[in-house]
Write a protein that binds this ligand. Structure first.
Ligand SMILES: [Zn+2]
Length: 678
């Protein structure tokens, strides 16, 4: 049975909240509550729902962020020349077969043409990119958000696995891999930390992250970190034509790679290797959370390209969920940006698959009722894949004890909290009177996918909000008037205040799509914000359209945007408070016109239709090429069509094109256009 839209909307809301929450924990303190696999499972579930229900994509959709956000650490930032991608995940064997099937279809391979893939264990460490220029290690950077990481050059100088020089004979070569800590070294480090009263790390990955991301590289020096290469980033030349050849070259330069890297020639062989690694997992010196498969031929990798944030040519096959029993000690209620009350279960500490778990998500009132959980109950929790733990069973539900009463008042502002008809979530009804909702909105506004203001973290927002300095987003841009007051506060020095004010000033001309997303309008996620601005170019034009009678028609004419977005925009601009926030804000900032960069080509701005069988590429690949060249690909021929690319077997569309006098070219001519654009 298909889930109802309300169910899906609720689940998306829950996921956005969870993912943001765990992102924050991760980068704020290297103290996650959940494993990477559990986190991945959430991100993946969110992506699946968004793909199936594009009209329900949330304003705060977590889908555009890769991995974890860059922390507010004192390390300097480094932009990656080639984005550090994340990987799509597979959990079941048939998903691996599906992946290989997709690769075949995309490349339009014949049935008997073999597809070789490499398979290697996926180390649970911290991704790092090492840039060598003429063989000399110039810079090391963490993944960060995939586009901007942290400079850890001084830190990796103390990692023996990372050579300062390699004999590669290539001008620029970035080696990518994982910085990690062996299980034994992790246990010893935690024992030493405990003895000295220091902080304990949740797992080897966090120990590695905490040890590497140190302002003082001497701390890193004292920690036993290792490195394993699994790929590369920017490269002026490649020492091979396949994944395996390049990895072999990296190893020959003295950089360790996985001893379990194997070239496989069928799905069966991949799965066999997966099972072999899985059986040896506990005995491996390091933590792993799955096996990564990559298409071996690099020319195929190039054709397959990327979808959103992940390559089409690789997938991580994750190990299954792990479970444990513990006691649910307490249920806390958190209040979100939209007033939603989210219950979080606090557990007696328990180890699940090597990770200490103290919190579980309980989703909402109905979920608590379904599980029949009450504080004091013994529960089975699960980390899906190895990410957010959840309660899967209540072992003491038959024990006589009063049921848990979900609060009917907001724990932050004590206003009434209710669930609207047909909604699962209970919300604080106080709206912008509720301090929790107001601060959460401000936090969203400055978050990485929105305005991305460095140094304006959650704590600072709470602090300034409590002082009455931040009533609305525009007030962020008035903080410079309070410079002396801030300097006078504990924890602030001239330099830190100047840095904060500088990063605020740096946002006076923000990206219009980020600004729109940051306003937190329902259903206006990162992608929707971009699509709206691609069409309307300026925020002023967008607002004008919303005010017009034919707004619904104009807005829903955009591909992928439905009436829910149009309604949400209408509602937003008909609320006087929102208009005031909007106008105040636009007095402070002036976003430049939103113009999308594509490669200039003979088909830029044109509408292209592909029809018939394409011989050297799939339809998806052809469409992706068109988009890169600034063309729009359409499914049917009409008077708006500029060009038809026809392969053998093209039928009615070819006739229509002829009738309308539209230019028709073959696949070779299309390939020439693509090649000409570079
Ligand atoms: Zn409230």
């Amino acid at each position: 049975m298909m889930p109802s839209q309300a169910d899906v909307a609720n689940e998306l809301m829950r996921l956005a909240r969870q993912i943001a929450h765990h992102n924050r924990l991760y980068h704020a303190a290297d103290e996650p509550e959940i494993s990477d696999a559990e986190f991945d499972a959430l991100v993946r579930r969110n992506a699946e729902l968004e793909a199936a229900f594009p009209q329900l994509v949330r304003a705060d959709s977590p889908n555009s962020a890769v991995g974890h956000e860059v922390s507010a650490s004192p390390l300097s930032k480094v932009a990656h020349e080639v984005r550090m991608m994340s990987l799509d995940n597979a959990f079941a064997d048939d998903e691996v077969a599906d992946f290989v099937g997709r690769v075949r279809r995309f490349l339009a391979l014949g049935e008997d043409e073999p597809v070789a893939l490499t398979a290697e264990d996926k180390i649970d460490g911290l991704s790092c990119s090492l840039r060598y220029e003429n063989g000399v290690l110039l810079r090391a950077a963490t993944r960060g958000d995939g586009q901007v990481g942290e400079d850890v050059t001084a830190n990796v100088a103390h990692i023996g696995d990372i050579p300062q020089q390699i004999d590669c004979g290539i001008e620029v070569f970035e080696i990518r891999g994982e910085v990690y800590m062996d299980k034994q070294d992790f246990t010893a480090l935690n024992a030493a930390q405990e003895a000295s009263g220091g902080k304990l790390f949740a797992n080897p990955r966090n120990a590695a992250a905490g040890s590497l991301r140190q302002k003082d590289a001497q701390v890193t020096k004292a920690r036993p970190l290792r490195f394993l290469a699994h790929g590369w980033g920017a490269a002026s030349a490649l020492p091979g034509a396949t994944q395996q050849e390049v990895m072999g070259a990296i190893e020959s330069w003295g950089v360790p790679i996985s001893p379990d890297l194997k070239l496989c020639h069928s799905v069966e062989e991949l799965l066999q290797h997966y099972r072999s690694i899985s059986a040896r997992r506990a005995g491996l010196p390091y933590e792993i959370d799955g096996v990564v498969y990559k298409v071996d031929r690099l020319d195929w990798q190039a054709r397959l390209g990327f979808v959103a944030k992940a390559p089409r040519w690789a997938i991580a096959h994750k190990f299954p969920a792990e479970r444990a029993e513990t006691v649910l000690e307490r249920i806390d209620i958190q209040v979100g940006r939209t007033g939603k009350l989210t219950p979080v279960g606090r557990l007696a500490r328990v180890l699940v698959g090597g990770v200490t778990v103290t919190n579980v998500t309980l989703h909402n009132r109905d979920e608590i009722a379904r599980l029949g959980v009450r504080p004091g109950d013994r529960v089975v929790i699960q980390r899906a894949g190895d990410v957010i733990p959840q309660v899967v069973e209540n072992l003491t539900r038959d024990v006589e004890r009063a049921p848990y009463h979900f609060p009917d008042h907001c724990p932050e502002c004590h206003s009434e909290a209710v669930a609207e008809e047909g909604e699962v979530d209970v919300r604080c009804t106080a709206g912008l009177i509720c301090p929790a909702q107001r601060t959460e909105r401000l936090k969203h506004f400055v978050s990485r996918s929105a305005l991305d203001i460095d140094g304006l973290g959650d704590k600072t927002i709470d602090e300034f909000f409590a002082l009455g300095w931040l009533e609305s987003p525009a007030d962020i841009f008035h903080l410079h008037l309070r410079r002396n007051e801030i300097v006078g506060r504990e924890g602030w020095q001239d330099k830190s205040v100047d840095n904060l004010l500088a990063s605020i000033e740096a946002r006076r001309s923000p990206d219009a799509a980020r600004l729109l997303f940051g306003l937190g309008i329902r259903h206006v996620g990162v992608v929707t914000a971009r699509d709206l601005l691609k069409r309307f170019v300026t925020l002023g034009a967008l607002r004008d359209v919303v005010g017009r009678e034919n707004a619904l028609t104009e807005i829903t004419a955009i591909d992928g945007i439905g009436p829910a977005v149009a309604d949400a925009l209408h509602d937003f601009f008909h609320e006087p408070h929102n208009v005031a926030v909007w106008e105040d804000l636009l007095r402070e900032v002036s976003p430049p016109d939103y113009i999308v960069e594509t490669t200039a080509s003979a088909v830029s701005g044109k509408t292209v239709v592909f029809t018939g069988k394409l011989e050297t590429m799939s339809r998806d690949e052809a469409k992706a090429q068109a988009e890169r060249l600034g063309a729009k690909s359409a499914g049917s021929v009409s008077a708006k069509t500029d060009l038809v690319v026809a392969g053998p077997g093209a039928g009615s569309k070819l006739k229509q094109a002829a009738a309308l006098g539209i230019e028709v070219i073959d696949e070779a001519a299309w390939a020439a256009i693509v090649a000409a654009a570079g």
